[in-house]
Write a protein that binds this ligand. Structure first.
Ligand code: FES
Length: 168
């Protein structure tokens, strides 16, 4: 008789333990789903852009992680940017002024970016050449895949620039 009571108690303990384990697993899964980035956020983490779609002298703006990224295909009269070019004649920089964060405008006739807030200027390589900006426009993390640039991934070219301190 006593033996039966003990086994019933054991059964109840096992059953409660099992339900507790299921409950904990459910809570952990719910926490994981809450912390996981939304699909639209994941999709914006990297952006692919076909560089060959930019004509010589043309600039295109690509949205990446809520920021504008300027893709400029330089012409020979804009000079060379040995250190700050992502691929041949392409300048790719984050379109946010390094002074106080305004968005500079491309002035095609002068071939510079001009910041409307305090008059800062950047050349076609994104280097600060006038006014209060303390440093060049940032180069976003990138990877080159043929004629495509992948923004948001650090490829070997970006890592080299980063090691030389040329991305900021
Ligand atoms: S924010 Fe661009 S010069 Fe001040």
């Amino acid at each position: 008789m006593e033996e039966e009571k003990v086994s019933r108690r054991d059964f109840l303990l096992y059953a409660m333990g099992g339900w507790a384990a299921v409950g904990i697993a459910g809570v952990l899964y719910a926490m994981y789903k809450t912390w996981e980035p939304l699909p639209e956020v994941k999709a914006q983490a990297t952006v692919k852009f076909d560089l060959s779609s930019v004509e010589p002298g043309q600039i295109k703006v690509v949205a990446w992680r809520g920021k504008p990224v300027f893709v400029l295909r330089r012409t020979p009269d804009m000079g060379s940017c040995k250190d700050r070019t992502v691929k041949e004649e392409y300048t790719v920089v984050t379109g946010i002024c390094t002074h106080l964060g305004c968005i500079p405008n491309w002035e095609a006739d002068k071939k510079i970016w001009h910041c409307p807030c305090h008059g800062g200027e950047y050349d076609a390589c994104g280097k600060n050449i006038f006014g209060p900006p303390p440093r060049p426009l940032d180069v976003p993390p990138f990877k080159i895949e043929g004629n495509t640039i992948v923004l948001g991934e650090e490829g070997p070219e970006y890592k080299q620039m980063k090691e030389k301190g040329l991305t900021t």
